[in-house]
Design a binder for this molecule. Structure first.
Ligand code: HPA
Ligand code: ZN
Length: 332
């Protein structure tokens, strides 16, 4: 079952590229760029990855991102990620990046975009992985700052697939970002948002009604609201669920008590992804394998999860059909 879960063709739709920074690369880039780290060793960094909630993770995640300065750093980061993705049966990646984390430190948007875009192009020729970039706004910052970030990105909007919303959820409702999402959609960008990870079901509703997003990232708290569940089911709104992340950030105590099976049983379009794999202990293949084991998912259920990831992709219908055929034909 492990090999089946890892090998089945799938799409990665919830991955923060800054969250793929492995401690080894953190040290390599810190040395290369002369950035001081408060950690003495890779082991010390890994030992610090004990989180009590989302914020305790974000503090260390933003600290780690300080080593990313040059275009080459972003290229190396994403290139290393694609090596792992190819090993996990990933055929399509819709990758989140957080420009404000970098522009705040004086790194230009173009530097970030160019490094990531180049890695995405190489992934197509090297591994046959197609990909797109989703610019995420940091929700702990203001709507005006998000709008400034979007304005800076629109001159090269053809290099983006869409926009997203991440960072500290509690106290930062989707309603803060109505104008910037409206503008992004008017410019032809797709829209997704994190909601219902730590925040209440109402944030999921706001993301749909006010931001008009096409997918919900996480969304696991929807089960607290039966009316919302009925709507998500009726409209087949994709939920990009990240099981290992949810346990590391204490959204669920254990994988065995994760609600993924209940989401599927409720008829929801849930899929499995990895969020910040360098921090949470596993890439998408490990998320599939660990969830399969802990929740005793059948091969058919694993295939459904892989199909759901492809159904939720922002690709044209022919490409989607071809990927679905690959999922359906997969045998060990
Ligand atoms: N939630 C919110 N923001 C994030 C996350 C997450 O899991 N990872 C990186 N930024
Ligand atoms: Zn996330």
């Amino acid at each position: 079952m492990d090999a089946f879960s890892k090998g089945i063709p799938k799409a990665e739709l919830h991955l923060h590229i800054e969250g793929t920074l492995e401690p080894e690369m953190m040290f390599e880039l810190a040395n290369r760029n002369g950035v001081p780290l408060r950690f003495k060793s890779v082991e010390e960094v890994r030992a610090a990855y004990e989180f009590s909630d989302l914020q305790s993770f974000l503090d260390i995640y933003y600290e780690g991102a300080r080593v990313l300065l040059k275009e080459r750093d972003f290229y190396d980061l994403a290139s290393a990620y694609f090596v792992r993705a190819a090993q996990d049966g990933v055929r399509r990646v819709e990758m989140f990046f957080d420009p404000q984390t970098h522009t705040e430190r004086g790194v230009s948007y173009e530097t970030v975009l160019e490094g990531l875009s180049r890695a995405c192009e190489d992934a197509r020729s090297r591994y046959g992985i197609s990909s797109g970039l989703i610019l995420c706004f940091l929700r702990h910052l203001s709507g005006e700052e998000a709008m400034r970030t979007l304005n800076g990105a629109l001159s090269s909007k053809e290099r983006l697939l869409g926009v997203g919303l991440d960072s500290s959820e509690r106290g930062h409702p989707p309603s803060k970002f109505v104008e910037v999402f409206a503008r992004a959609r008017a410019e032809g960008l797709r829209a997704v948002a994190h909601a219902g990870e730590e925040g209440p079901p109402d944030y999921i509703r706001q993301a749909l009604d006010l931001l008009k997003v096409e997918r919900i990232d996480h969304g696991v708290r929807c089960l607290e609201d039966a009316e919302l569940v009925a709507r998500l089911k009726r409209d087949r709104v994709p939920l990009t669920v990240c099981p290992l992340s949810n346990v590391k950030l204490r959204v669920f105590e254990t994988l065995g008590t994760h609600n993924l099976r209940r989401l599927l049983e409720a008829g929801l379009a849930a899929s499995i992804h990895s969020d910040d794999p360098a921090y949470f202990g596993g890439y998408i293949g490990e998320n599939f394998a660990a969830a399969q084991k802990a929740l005793d998912l059948s091969a058919d259920e694993v295939r459904t999860l892989a199909r759901n990831s492809v159904e939720a992709c922002f690709v044209e219908s022919g490409a989607k059909r071809a990927l679905l055929d690959e999922v359906d034909a997969f045998r060990l």
